[in-house]
Design a protein around this ligand. Sequence first.
Ligand code: FES
Ligand SMILES: [Fe+2]
Length: 454
Amino acid sequence: MTVAKSIADRLDDYVNVETGELDRRIFSDEEIFELEMEHIFGRAWLFLCHESQIPKRGDFFEAPMGRDNVLVVRQRDGSIKALLNTCAHRGNAVCRADEGNVKNFMCTYHGWTYDLAGELVGVPGMKDFYNDELDKTKYPLKRVAQLDVYKGFVFATMDPEAPKLADFLGPMGRISLDTIAERGNIQVVPGIQKFVLKTNWKFPVDNTFDFYHPQITHISAQAVGMMPSSPDNIDAGGAKTPEGTKLGVQRLPTDLDTLVLLAEYGHAISGPSWKAMLSTLPPEYQGLFAWRDRPEAVAALGPVGLQVAGHPHIFPNSWLTVDAQLSLRIPRSVDTTEVWWFTFNNLDDSPEDQRAHVGRAIHAFGPAGFLEQEDGENWSQSAMQTRGGAARDVPQLLKMGLGRGKIIHEDGLARIEAPVNEHAQLWTYLAWKEWLKRPSWDELRRKTTPGDCI
Ligand code: FES
Ligand SMILES: [Fe+2]
């Protein structure tokens, strides 16, 4: 008699790092989604918000932690707490606003009221209906297990056993956040952009490191002059950009110098190296990166970090862009993903530069973003087309550069220098698989420590 393997036993088959093949069920299986919620989003340190969003006491911001929602609240003493937005009575939200300033939180169902620290301070009918017998001290709003801040970036975890935030981030996670934090006097532009995509959250995460798709997916962006188009392009039927450049599929830059960093717990950075990025940018963009000359930035990023111009990703779902934005890909169900965009301005920049930055941000990403609309179509179609009974038996491929990613260990970082590749995607799925096995934190760290090659 054959016994069906449990999902935990099948994880090594689902992500085969030797062959570069994935089982497509990981994008549509409800049971796997539940494991992700418990073992990844229930344990990892997750980005909640930036301190500049809650400067005054009573300021709050509602942030996602997987399917949970927490109220990140500035306390009277200046500290920060994160409280689950669910009433201890019957579970209703105690706050319906995305952000704001309050003296307390009153549930809109029966009126139970909580102070800024989440303590239950008011129960209507305490004497008449409860005979003064309800012990209010027993029913506070549940708090996250740990909360910490790195250079203004607020993170929390639901796991009391999780390592300290600085250890979870490690040098690579800290460099990722430094690419925004070290620009100067940064703060979040008010108004977080939020929208819903019908896709599994791992498709957008995978795409974070994908420098193979822009030539095709973003051909419309080339057509309107938003992305560079070259006369060497492969012809696309005579179409031209507004400037008269022949439009076509950009030839793949086979010699594109890319830099991949891999790190413990599944963090990764991948994309063009700084040198390659600068060579592709028109002169008017070169000044955007002057902040990298600041002595504080040089010290924080270090020699390898200063070469990074690709896409940093803090496992499991935080992507930081080269233009000072942070994107969360929030799993709400196996095929429903919310995408949130935080845009950071440097208050030391001129008002014109700050406005221009916000304009670029809205134009590229978020619900009105040209690039993200093109990407979002791919992610939704990929989710829909891989979940069919026959389609899900077709393996998902990650074979580019497979086995050729020689890892260089230097300055406490693990890096690969190579042409366009899929190493960071494979690394992310490898880590994902290890998280789902729910090892101890020490074992997880060991299993996700980069070796010599991928
Ligand atoms: S559910 Fe909140 S007061 Fe009843
Ligand atoms: Fe894209």
